[in-house]
Ligand binder design. Structure first.
Ligand code: IPE
Ligand code: IPE
Ligand code: MG
Length: 246
């Protein structure tokens, strides 16, 4: 029995896991390395987590790779992050496709270099019929930006005030057609949302860990899923156990 099985059993698997992959910079600083080395290590880790998602039976994995606020970082780091995204597509796309992973993107592509925009679109098109795991990459994504875009689109489409419902708004978001996240994980000890899935995460369960993203391995992921299995998702009602006692 390995460490992860001792952590407990998986009683309930979330359909959709979303991750704020945070702490790459601090992981690197702790080792006296440049921040980009942390981002590279974080990208390597992503492979493990994708594989583990397939193994655990998670159907949707959304990863926060670059926020609308991250444009405020030094130019060198931004360019490094764009290069890493391009490298990942070049190196990993075939394997992801073979594993049955469907790639999707949420956010805006228009601020990215044209060649990268094309690569992302091609990768999405190539993998569109895969159904083992949907890997949804949030790159140049911000929750407020997403909601503002949805409002603009609704106005352009001539939607009337009476037609606006939560379901309709959901259909105008980048995540249209995807289920809401059941579990949102944030690594690195920060306890905030940072503009991630602010609409979709309305009833997500949150899991925070102090571990930096490059060290968040399969066993740590397993622990998060065990913890998720213990949660009682009440959605404002009383727990199923309590209602049986009425
Ligand atoms: C998360 O790691 C990755 C991105 C935001 C792109 P950070 O780069 O935020 O790492 P810390 O938080 O500075 O350690
Ligand atoms: C959130 O992390 C964005 C990503 C992980 C891509 P940040 O490190 O950018 O968030 P803040 O600045 O700590 O809120
Ligand atoms: Mg950070």
């Amino acid at each position: 029995m390995s460490g992860k099985e001792q952590a407990g059993t998986l009683t309930k698997i979330p359909t959709h896991v979303a991750i704020i992959m945070d702490g790459n910079g601090r992981w690197a600083a702790k080792r006296g390395l440049p921040r980009l080395a942390g981002h590279r290590a974080g990208t390597e880790n992503l492979r493990r987590i994708i594989r583990a998602s397939v193994e655990f039976g998670v159907k949707y994995l959304t990863i926060y790779a670059f926020s609308t606020e991250n444009w405020g970082r030094p130019q060198e780091e931004i360019e490094g992050l764009l290069n890493i995204l391009e490298d990942v597509i070049d190196r990993e796309l075939n394997e992801l496709h073979q594993q049955g992973v469907q790639l999707r993107h949420i956010g805006h592509l228009d601020r990215l270099p044209l060649s990268l925009q094309e690569k992302v679109k091609d990768a999405v098109a190539l993998t569109r019929n895969n159904d083992r795991l949907v890997l949804n990459v949030a790159f140049n994504y911000g929750g407020r930006d997403e909601i503002v875009c949805a409002i603009k689109e609704m106005i352009r489409a001539g939607v009337s005030a009476d037609e606006v419902t939560p379901e309709l708004v959901s259909r105008y978001l980048f995540t249209a057609g995807l289920p809401d996240p059941d579990l949102i994980i944030r690594t690195s000890g920060e306890l905030r949302v940072s503009n991630f899935l602010i609409w979709q995460g309305a009833y997500a369960e949150w899991y925070f860990t102090p571990i930096f993203w490059p060290d968040f391995d399969r066993d740590e992921y397993y622990k998060a899923l065990v913890e998720y299995g213990r949660r009682d998702r009440r959605y404002g009602r009383i727990s199923t156990g309590d209602s049986a006692c009425e």
